[in-house]
Design a protein around this ligand. Structure first.
Ligand code: OAD
Length: 229
């Protein structure tokens, strides 16, 4: 029975109306990553950073999962082998499509984290720097997301799945950010077949054995149907 690891990126949520980062007009052409996605940026201006993630959270809550999310949820439920779904996305559209479990390596917009004691809780719609941690009372709350310069979550669990999988599939990710961009080489190095599903060849396209190009909402359901046939 085939063991599959799937890595998703912003492209899987693009057709739900959530912006990607590096496409034309993407988030990183409109915001300075140093200001809103680094620990230093948060230390300099926590109100600006909370405002950025509050807006992302509002977009997420207004968005609906698309057929790509739904197809991946079907695959997780119906594939007779093991399927590990890892996402770089901080939105909750995989979960809202019914996928479980989902490994959020870059954290989750729906969660808050105390920078003082490490407590985590469900994020309110809008966070402000004055919010007190419900566990220790410190006004050090932040979105539970991984910023540049921080270590992504669940790396041990992901590494174990990558070394043991038969098939690695990257969907809707540009391959610009490590360590996720290195997953294809890690899986291939352990003998896995590799497949890229993306609108166009990504930065790491040459590292994949096979490619399916087109919108995730069309290509992913087709690929899942083939696999489950
Ligand atoms: P990017 O914005 O870098 O890449 C999105 C990819 O999705 C591109 O290769 C697009 O061609 C592709 N794409 C766009 N629309 C698509 C569609 N409808 N169907 C299929 N593919 C589509 O986003 P990520 O690779 O997810 O990290 O970015 C990785 C990380 O960089 C993010 O998690 C975030 C960001 O900075 C942090 O903030 C730590």
């Amino acid at each position: 029975m085939q063991r599959i690891v799937i890595l998703t990126g912003a492209g899987v949520s693009a057709e739900s109306g959530l912006g990607t980062f590096r496409d034309v007009g993407g988030l990183w052409s409109r915001y300075d990553l140093e200001d809103v996605a680094t620990p230093g940026g948060f230390a300099r201006n926590p109100r600006l950073v909370h405002g950025f993630y509050n807006a992302r959270r509002a977009n997420m809550r207004a968005a609906e999962p698309n057929p790509a999310h739904a197809a991946l949820a079907r695959l997780l439920a119906a594939h007779p082998g093991q399927v590990t779904l890892v996402t770089q996305n901080i939105d909750d559209l995989h979960e809202r499509a019914g996928a479980s479990p989902v490994i959020h390596m870059h954290g989750e917009l729906a969660r808050a984290l105390c920078g003082a004691c490490g407590a985590r809780w469900d994020a309110p719609d809008a966070m402000v720097p004055e919010d007190a941690c419900p566990a220790c009372g410190a006004a050090a709350t932040r979105p539970d997301v991984v910023w540049f310069g921080e270590i992504p979550y669940h790396m041990e669990r992901i590494g174990a799945a990558l070394t043991a999988c038969d098939l690695f599939v990257a969907i809707g990710t540009s391959g610009a950010v490590y360590p996720a961009a290195g997953f294809v080489a890690e899986a291939a190095g352990h003998g896995a077949e590799t497949l890229e599903i993306n609108l166009e060849p990504s930065d790491t396209a040459a590292a994949f054995d096979r490619h399916l190009h087109g919108p995730a909402s069309r290509i992913v359901p087709e690929w899942v149907a083939t696999l489950l046939r």
